[in-house]
Ligand binder design. Structure first.
Ligand code: 13P
Ligand code: 13P
Ligand code: MG
Ligand code: MG
Length: 366
């Protein structure tokens, strides 16, 4: 039984001007390298794009998840793109590459990874999401809605092929633990975790009826890996749709609500996640607001047919206007919470230095 693997591996390896836009020369270099890999039959197909300053490698192959050759290929592409980024003195050249040499699995080395392997259905629509200026927990709310909220996904109620619900794998990214929970039965317990978006993140989802893979999210948290601020961990996700999964329109529906996510300026602010066409995946205002793009593909014998730029749709105009209004409202708070993240979630902070300076001046309150 031939199975197809989709591997989406992304990294910020340099951008113009500041943390804005991945330079086209970087995408071109990655395309050249993936084209070679396709000629050598390591890859079946590929598509290279960017969301803001993040370069996304979308790859199909027959080697399964966590394959060393595929991960090494992505690492090599990012290293070569970084060389160009350094020549052009791009901003944050090699930002997300935390190691000097490849060590067998790209996980833990900086880039974000979402992968899934499945036997193709007669027709297999897949939506690939990429975000900039936010973190993996940004997917908790929309992916929860896709797979567990009947007010979003009509199919949960009216389509017997998904009526029995989905199983969620949740990572605790602080403690490096995971837990499996099923919906609808454990919905309230699940939400108790998922609301803490900087700690509990959805990793994967399966259909309960037959354990078929439905969704996969990158959960790498760069700042936790490096132990210091090295950039936000802008996430990607792969979601299968139709025929036993949420319809394509149900998969993109949650993003009509531009919910607040952590990220934005200096990775230290809450702001609305704005759904945009790929050409608008360029976060400018206060380095934001955070963006998400949706690429719709059909998978055909491990080839990527597409993409359709799914948020390039006037039906999302109102969401974008709303996101702009929320951005304006949040910005007015300046350095105050809840626009600025709580102290322990900020990507960088002067607070310890300020406290140290004031240490002798703090007096007891009587
Ligand atoms: P089809 O009948 O073409 O599968 O479409 C149904 C559907 O999912 C529309 O949302
Ligand atoms: P990126 O994580 O997208 O590189 O952005 C970092 C930042 O500091 C934006 O202000
Ligand atoms: Mg950057
Ligand atoms: Mg980024």
């Amino acid at each position: 039984m031939v199975k197809t693997t989709i591997s989406v591996i992304k990294a910020d390896v340099g951008s113009i001007a500041g943390h804005g836009l991945a330079h086209p020369a970087l995408l071109k270099k990655c395309e050249e390298i993936l084209e070679n890999a396709k000629e050598e039959e390591l890859l079946m197909d590929y598509y290279v794009t960017n969301c803001g300053d993040d370069t996304e490698l979308i790859m199909t192959h027959r080697n399964g998840e966590e394959n060393e050759d595929i991960h090494k290929l992505a690492w090599h592409a990012f290293i070569e793109a970084t060389k160009i980024a350094k020549e052009l003195k791009l901003y944050g050249a090699g930002q997300d590459l935390l190691a000097d040499t490849f060590s067998g699995n790209i996980k833990g080395m900086g880039p974000g990874v979402a992968e899934m392997e499945f036997k193709e259905r007669p027709s297999d629509p897949v939506v690939i999401f990429a975000c900039d200026k936010t973190e993996p927990g940004a997917f908790n709310l929309p992916i929860y809605k896709m797979f567990a909220d009947p007010f979003n996904t009509a199919g949960l109620v009216i389509d017997s092929s998904l009526h029995n619900g989905f199983k969620f794998e949740i990572f605790d990214v602080m403690e490096h633990k995971k837990v499996f929970m099923s919906c609808p039965d454990e919905m309230y317990d699940l939400l108790a975790l998922l609301g803490t978006t900087n700690r509990y993140v959805i990793k994967r989802i399966w259909r309960r009826d037959d354990n078929e893979i439905a969704a996969s999210v990158s959960t790498e948290r760069l700042n936790l890996m490096a132990g210091k601020y090295v950039g936000k961990d802008d996430p990607v996700a792969i979601v299968r749709s139709q025929s036993g999964f949420p319809a394509a329109g149900e998969v993109v529906e949650p993003f009509a609500f531009p919910h607040l996510v952590g990220g934005w300026m200096r990775g230290s602010h809450n702001g609305p996640l704005m759904p945009v066409a790929q050409k608008n995946a360029y976060p400018v205002r206060f380095d934001g607001p955070p963006r998400v793009i949706a690429m719709g593909f059909q998978i055909a014998d491990s080839k990527l047919i597409g993409p359709a730029d799914m948020f390039d749709d006037p039906a999302y105009d109102r969401s974008r206007v709303l996101a702009s209004e929320i951005a304006e409202y949040m910005r007015r708070h300046g350095p105050f919470e809840p626009h600025r993240l709580p102290a322990d979630e900020m990507e960088y902070t002067t607070l310890p230095g300020v406290l140290e300076k004031l240490q002798d001046r703090f007096e007891d309150i009587d």
